[in-house]
Design a protein around this ligand. Structure first.
Ligand code: 8IG
Length: 289
């Protein structure tokens, strides 16, 4: 029988159809184990806020707080190395403000397109929930359908459309999705950044970017931003009862909206240019939590 792992380390297409067998434990049990290990490694009993850093956001947390601990995510059960340049595989525990609260920074995420299954995608969020986090800030880099939102523009997510055809929920788990992106946190974020625009994020499976026709479809459906993360994580976070703030960084015009073909290098470069602005935004928001 041929090996199911290819030279680049990603699972073969056949195992991508049902790769959750690579994640055999009950998701919540594995998240609890990871949270216990996190507490041991950081000496922090409970984290209050979690941040997941997407493309372009890795430098935005450098001045967010005092680093209590920093280590590769792979030291925690269930975490795998990041697949992508521009994503750091580090987890950091920060102390926010004077005598403030502890924040957990997940420097990378697992994407659906990595083929590790949806349990692996949701594991970071579930670990944060098991570590005590009640508030979750999900960040990402994305394409924009709105011409006025040029590369470098941060956008608050007001709602999402999940076009991945999958969900992190298992069994008859009926979760209310009316207010996934917390109106309270959005209001609070507007206090910190009154001019921040708000948009609907559309998650595609990826890893290919959209065709121009798919981008037009996303627009007709009511979308403003296109990406490959966040919606699945937001669903898992709502299941865990967390309050969510979603922040996107526009790194490129969505396909067919601009003149250039899309390149990953462009995405990373835009994040570096926007880092200071994103850092100020996150600092202001986290201090209000
Ligand atoms: I960064 O244009 C980034 N991620 N689906 N489309 C999708 N994901 C993205 C894009 C984009 N830009």
């Amino acid at each position: 029988m041929a090996s199911s792992v290819r030279e680049n380390g990603s699972p073969s297409p056949s195992s991508q159809t049902s790769p959750d067998h690579q994640f055999p434990q009950e998701p919540k049990d594995l998240a609890r184990e990871a949270a216990q290990r996190l507490a041991e490694l950081t000496g922090v009993e409970e984290h209050r806020t979690a941040l997941v850093l997407g493309s372009g956001w890795s430098h935005a947390t450098e001045r967010l707080g005092r680093t209590i601990a920093e280590f590769p995510a792979t030291l925690l059960p269930g975490f795998t190395p990041p697949a992508l340049s521009g994503h750091s595989g580090l987890i950091r525990s920060l102390l926010i403000g004077d005598g403030g609260h502890h924040a957990l920074v997940l420097g990378s995420r697992t994407h659906l397109y990595e083929g590790r299954g949806v349990r692996a995608v949701a594991h970071g969020v579930r670990t944060a929930a098991a570590a005590g986090c009640r508030t979750l800030i999900l960040t990402n880099g994305c394409g924009s359908l709105v011409p006025a939102w040029a590369p470098g523009t941060p956008v608050m997510i007001k709602d999402h459309i999940n076009l991945t055809g999958t969900t992190p929920l298992e069994g008859a788990t009926f979760i209310d999705m009316t207010e996934v992106y917390s109106p309270r946190l959005r209001e609070l974020c507007r206090t910190a950044a009154p001019d921040l625009p708000e948009g609907v994020y559309v998650q595609f499976h990826g890893p290919q970017y959209e065709t121009p026709a798919e981008v037009r479809m996303a627009g007709i459906l009511g979308g403003h931003l296109v990406g490959m993360s966040t919606a699945i994580e937001a669903i898992a976070a709502r299941e865990a009862g967390m309050e969510i703030l979603g922040l996107s960084l526009v790194t490129n015009p969505a396909a067919g909206m601009g003149t250039e073909p899309l390149e990953h290098g462009e995405v990373v470069a835009e994040g570096q240019r926007a880092a200071d602005r994103l850092g100020d935004l996150l600092s202001a928001v986290v201090r209000l939590l």
